[in-house]
Design a protein around this ligand. Structure first.
Ligand code: DAK
Length: 257
């Protein structure tokens, strides 16, 4: 049987590839379970400092698998906690997760990418929430994360008209961190992930947690959270090493503690 999720380790980076090319990487339970299992493995591995999720050159993921869910009724979706059960594992990862998107990121695919900490897009990337065409609506964060990323006007436009946003517009609108020529997407994303993973792991996690607070709290609460975490960073051996290395004009050697 084809493995619908493949994993690789590149130095200190864990790479997850969604692998259903025959279905534009549509997300079903096996795919979402596979992504969750890969994240579990990479989170438990002290050597890994950053995780990348990618698809193939045609699609990151063209949404939840339409054939799989088309006959669901309300009770089935509710009782099985459709997708929610395994879906949120990306969100709960403590190490940074980067989505490397080429081609289509539609519906659940766009939502999966937005659940990651940042998106690097190939110049071929196309983002959209076209569920309205199927007689349904975004159900995994599209109506919530998209407006936070691109603002209400563009989010309404995309969710209500089903139009796609290309990579250039996505970068201009704040949905993606970088646009990269398609041929270099993975190489450049792995390079950035390797840079992140070269730093102190507890500091990486503290920064991720603090930036995410900005979406969950008022400015003052967020600033207080940041200040407390910043103060706690003085308890790290890696902070002593990082600052000593700067003063001694040498490269820091972090021990992740
Ligand atoms: N599901 C299943 N199969 C799909 C698919 C999908 N989402 N997208 C594409 N495929 C399949 C096509 O059926 C086709 O299969 P064969 O006919 O070859 O067997 C193959 O992939 C190639 O697709 P096309 O022939 O259509 O290729 P094109 O280049 O012409 O078009 C396209 C590419 C991506 C524009 C088009 O395939 C398309 O519009 N796909 C559907 C996009 C879409 O509507 N996505 C939204 C789906 S709804 C939730 C979490 C998530 C969700 C809901 C709840 N919870 C946590 C509660 C998510 C919902 C959705 O994503």
């Amino acid at each position: 049987m084809t493995q619908v999720v493949l994993t690789e380790v590149h130095g200190k980076v864990g790479l997850i590839r969604i692998n259903r090319p025959e279905a534009m990487n549509a997300l079903n339970n096996n795919v979402v379970d596979g992504i969750g299992a890969a994240i579990d493995t990479f989170e438990a591995d002290e050597n890994i400092g950053c995780i990348v999720i990618t698809g193939n050159e045609k699609a990151f993921a063209a949404g939840a698998d339409i054939g799989f869910m088309k006959d669901f009724d309300y009770m089935h979706a509710y009782k099985t906690d459709f997708i929610t059960r395994n879906w949120e594992r990306v969100k709960t990862a403590r190490k940074p997760v980067i989505a490397a998107v080429a081609g289509f990121a539609l519906g659940g695919g766009c939502e999966m990418a937005m659940m990651c900490d940042m998106i690097f897009a190939a110049d071929t990337a196309k983002f959209g929430q076209p569920e309205i065409r199927l007689g349904t609506m975004p159900g995994a964060g599209g109506t919530q994360r998209l407006p936070r990323a691109v603002g209400k006007a563009k989010a309404m436009d995309m969710c209500l008209t089903a139009r796609m946003m290309d990579a250039a517009e996505a970068e201009k609108s704040g949905l993606v961190a970088r646009v990269i020529p398609a041929d270099h997407l993975l190489e450049e994303t792995l390079k950035a992930a390797t840079t992140i993973a070269s730093f102190s792991l507890p500091v990486i996690m503290m920064i991720k947690e603090s930036v995410n607070r900005a979406y969950e709290s008022s400015l003052n609460e967020g600033l207080l959270f940041e200040r407390r975490v910043f103060h706690s960073a003085f308890a790290l051996e890696d902070q002593k090493e990082g600052m000593a290395a700067f003063v001694e004009k040498r490269k820091a050697v972090f021990k992740n503690r």
